[in-house]
Design a protein around this ligand. Sequence first.
Ligand code: AMP
Ligand code: GLY
Length: 443
Amino acid sequence: MSINSTSSKNFNRLENILIIGNGGRENSLAWIIQKNDLVKKVYLIPGNAGSQRINKCERLKMDINNKKELVEKLEFLKIDLIVIGPEIPLANGLADYLRKKDFKVFGPGKDGAKLEYSKSWAKEFMKDANIPTSKFWKVNSLEEAKKIIYSSSIPLVVKADGLASGKGVFIPDSKIDCLEAAESIFNGKFGNSGNVVVLEEKIQGPEVSVFALCDGKKYLLLPSAQDHKRLNEKDKGPNTGGMGAYSPAPLLTEDNLYKIKKEIIEPTIDELNKRNIDYKGVIYFGLMITKSGPKVIEYNCRFGDPECQTIMPLMDQNFVFLLEKCAMENLTGNEKIDISNKVSGCVIATSKGYPHEYKTGFPIKLGEIDSNDCQIFDSGTTLSKNGDLLTDGGRVLSIVCQDKDFDLVFEKAYKNLNEINFKGIYFRNDIGHQVRKNYHKGN
Ligand code: AMP
Ligand code: GLY
């Protein structure tokens, strides 16, 4: 849908921006957006304690599901651009609703968000468009799963079909583990997200996240990033939302990138168009570079977290214009993304127990932080009545640094982490090991 240019809203203004979401991703978006001189105010619904430390930012206490009140407030505040961070409001059609009310929105409608909120739908989509991905089976019952698992001659990965905060994927070592994973999903581990299970051929290779800003027709690529999904060092332990990242990912050679554009990104946008899906937002391609070429592991309909925190410091103050162009369908695809000549890395500090059960409410001590090309984006924090910073989530803080090489980046990040403390703090020491020349595997 294109924006109605005769509406009462002034589409040339970018004074008041709204970001929806409460994580490190949204704080990093707010941080880069406020750098633009045209921007007077950045509102976050709900944001977190860290949002208040960012220039020009204000948190709004509102329920985004109370649509009438939301629209009244946004009209009152003369919001010029809305950026929706997380997948759940996108999957619930919030972008569609706000666009119908004539707001400029960065974020796909419910139809586009299906790329993320139904893994089986995304797999069918890729199959129809001939986009390289692993083989898959959509199963509706444990009996069906059992048949496929026991007759399969290849190792399988087990996934809940719906949204599960990055935790609905199991990489079993045996057929028994595979069956157990399917059983736990069908038994309601992820609620309705597990009514359908997707079994996939297990593929191998290094992973990379690629982000395409898309206005429905044209696209623009951001620097690539590499996430670290497993909880523990040496990529062991359960999958998490992401324990750290670095950008750009040197793995993405010119050759790989060309292939990815021609075989994956452009066919994805063509297929969206073929299905009349007007996608205005970011398409996150989770890719694996296999021996037979790049393959899509997953699509997300939003920026990655912590990839977003890692990439935003490489952008300049014009970034907000790109978001606006996507919302307005006037991307040329040739815009210069002012990538700094630095590289960036992020380490996530989590609460003990994450991604399973964890306690919150512990005071956070931030010691002598080096703020030179370093940012602390709060992921899950709150303020006590006395104004003390407290833990308030599984992922608590994103420590992000930039420098001219990854050794310097992570040296700074870990030095800053030594200055941070809260009860049960946990982080991986090997983030970026692939690109840290002085990282020794025996560490
Ligand atoms: P997803 O949430 O679908 O990105 O999956 C989370 C992680 O599980 C990925 O980053 C991969 O490390 C792993 N994974 C997912 N699908 C596959 C697959 N088909 N083969 C091997 N590993 C996979
Ligand atoms: N970091 C992975 C994600 O945002 O899904």
